[in-house]
Design a protein around this ligand. Sequence first.
Ligand code: PMP
Ligand code: GLN
Length: 382
Amino acid sequence: LLGPDGIPAPTVFAEMSALAAATGAINLGQGFPDQDGPVEVLDAAVEAIRRGVNQYPPGRGAPELREAIAWHQAHWYGLSVDPDREVLVTAGATEALAATLLAFVEPGDEVITFEPFYDAYGALIRLAGGTHVTVPLTAPDFLPDEDTLRAAFSDRTRIVLVNTPHNPTGRVLPREVLATVLELAERHDAFVVTDEVYEHLTFGTMHVPVATLPGAADRTITISSAGKTFSTTGWKIGWLTAAPALVEAVVSVKQYLTFVNGAPFQPAVATGLRLPDEVFHGIARELSEKHDLLAAGLRSAGFDVMRPDGGYFVLADTAPLGYDDARAFCLRLPELAGVVGVPVSAFVRPERAAGYRSLVRFAFCKRRDVLSAAAARLAALS
Ligand code: PMP
Ligand code: GLN
């Protein structure tokens, strides 16, 4: 995890946010919104602080949040989750991922992910001593080839880690792909860990939680977070739901990672999870419109644009503009157009980088005036 000079290498998100700050460019790199989410959620956090919810919460999370998580899983997906034994509140989805991998992966165990993958996956698998095996998602549809997926599994497979809706491609994985993943996990006695942090941010395609598939309950650990849905990425309230024995194994790690986290934000997220369906639909609708605004700007600037099914990001190909190295392009983009994006090569290993070399990820979870300004600046490229 160290850079060539022996000091910690910043993540690509930190690197690109620093570049935006240093150059005054519009930051469409790191995925965080520039506007607050539902006022009910914000007010509930303020109220909790005033009410004195400022000390260590219970180890598995505030009961009202665990109950709200269980209610949310039943309401949206028909899943039955015991709030006392099958829920764990974590410091963001990141800690849920870290504690899960540290709990289950022994040195030499294999962890399968799709590729491109969210950068923390590679780092956390290494921290846990695991071996990272990947299955490519390739343009234009970003779906895995079934034979390649089958071939990735072995007797050493401990976990298959699935992210849907997917960062950075925006693909919502179809039920058939998830069913194949589950079937293979059953055959090889592996766990399925699913990162569903963008679960509510879809643009017309139905999100399917792996846990809803027949037979998934015993071996699936479902991870999500309040950060994306409620535009509260800095609160770092995440959670996982799984069978009691699996939750216990993760608790054994979490209790020594952060112990507990985010006391006053926990009741606030509970309030958010119980907001009317229309609020969630409105959040997704607004984000979808923001996608359309940025995608149109990218297209008229000359990029090839790939339509996401959900999430915060759109992929744009720089090849039609005459560039073939998106990382070099991103480093120059502040000077060329006053905008920052993230090269997709940051989500793939060097040996696979060739297939993604010209792709840039742009975040559209920004105010409309910011997206319009970015589009106007990008028009200068063509
Ligand atoms: N998984 C994915 C796919 C993400 O995109 C992110 C954040 N961008 C996370 C996990 C981390 O979520 P959190 O901030 O809740 O730790
Ligand atoms: N998940 C966010 C992204 O993909 C970034 C979070 C981070 O900086 N670690 O942009």
